[in-house]
Design a protein around this ligand. Structure first.
Ligand code: GDP
Ligand code: MG
Length: 299
């Protein structure tokens, strides 16, 4: 059997489980997730190593009819990713269709001559009888190379999905060393984990006005000492700053504690995490501010 390698884009509507699926495929968390749509903003890369193949998976922000600079940026990221991959993994939610966004994705697929595998996700929460008609109707929506029902949460059928994807990769040598997991820096992951906690702990719209930057990330000079991370949570308005900080600082503390625990698990070291909140008026609509906060326009 020849070795196969290539790039695969994970695309789909917001909130269908793309990032959860990537983490499951990798066996490690590299992409943040939450029950809110539009959690992922950048392209996140993870490398799946198998005995006969190496697949570089690119997680993308959800494709949806976008309004506003940040949202348009996110859809652009997804679009650009589709352009330079060998294989597309389209993820849909079996428990809840998103017709408008899904039609948009199918439209984009039609203009690309690339194999597309459809993962029908969240089968852990749908009745078996309901699944067949869903698969049947998807099989008519596009000429998919394979349709695989999966659960990113439980891992059910994720291996079967990888098998189907692997078959569609071109022959080629591995691109990355065996121990490469992601191209995300520890610094970026630290900022993302803080942002994830904001998405998970704060209701309604505030998380969409939040960007997180890491101002310093210091490895300890002596073993056993903590890694020192200092991060800023940027919001658009004073009222949002109040919500992030919470009563007597309770919310900020909770965000910090949860992010620190995840970060410690990820780095395998103790972490001292310091958080600040700063108001950056209208950053989600100002191209310069977007760039400053880590959302670089694509070349
Ligand atoms: N029940 C169930 N929930 C899932 C599954 N996969 C993802 N989720 C949940 O769906 C929500 C969105 O997941 P996320 O990975 O952030 O979606 P993304 O926006 O497509 O990247 C989160 O609350 C996940 O825990 C699954 O297989 N089953
Ligand atoms: Mg995501």
């Amino acid at each position: 059997m020849p070795f196969r390698s290539g790039f695969a884009a994970i695309v789909g509507a917001p909130n269908v489980g793309k990032s959860t699926l990537l983490n499951k495929m990798l066996g490690e968390k590299v992409s943040i997730t939450s029950h809110k749509p539009q959690t992922t903003r950048n392209r996140v890369q993870g490398v799946v190593h198998r005995p006969g193949s190496q697949m570089v998976m690119l997680d993308t922000p959800g494709i949806h009819p976008a309004k506003g600079s940040l949202n348009r940026y996110m859809v652009e990221v997804a679009d650009a990713t589709l352009a330079d991959v060998d294989l597309i993994l389209f993820v849909v939610d079996a428990s809840k269709p998103s017709p408008e966004s899904e039609a948009l994705v199918v439209e984009k697929l039609k203009s690309r001559v690339k194999p597309v595998v459809l993962a029908v996700n969240k089968i852990d929460i749908v009745e078996k009888e309901a699944l067949l008609p869903i698969l049947d109707s998807w099989s008519k929506a596009h000429d998919f190379h394979a349709l695989v029902p999966v659960s990113a949460r439980t891992g059910l059928q994720v291996d079967a999905l990888l098998n189907r994807m692997e078959e569609l990769l071109p022959e080629g040598p591995p691109y990355f060393p065996e121990d490469a997991l992601t191209d995300m820096t520890e610094r970026f992951l630290a900022a993302e984990l803080v942002r994830e906690k904001v998405f998970r702990l704060i209701e309604q719209e505030v998380p969409y006005a939040v960007a997180v930057t890491v101002e310093s990330f210091e490895e300890p000079e002596k073993a056993g000492r903590p890694v020192r991370v200092s991060a800023v949570i940027h919001v658009e308005k004073d009222s949002q700053k109040g919500i992030i900080i919470g009563k007597a600082g309770a919310m900020l503390k909770k965000i910090g504690t949860q992010a620190r625990k995840d970060l410690e698990r990820m780095l395998g070291a103790r972490v001292f995490l310091e958080l600040f909140v700063r108001v950056e008026k209208n950053w989600t609509t100002d191209p310069k501010a977007l760039r400053r906060l880590g959302y670089e326009p694509l070349a």
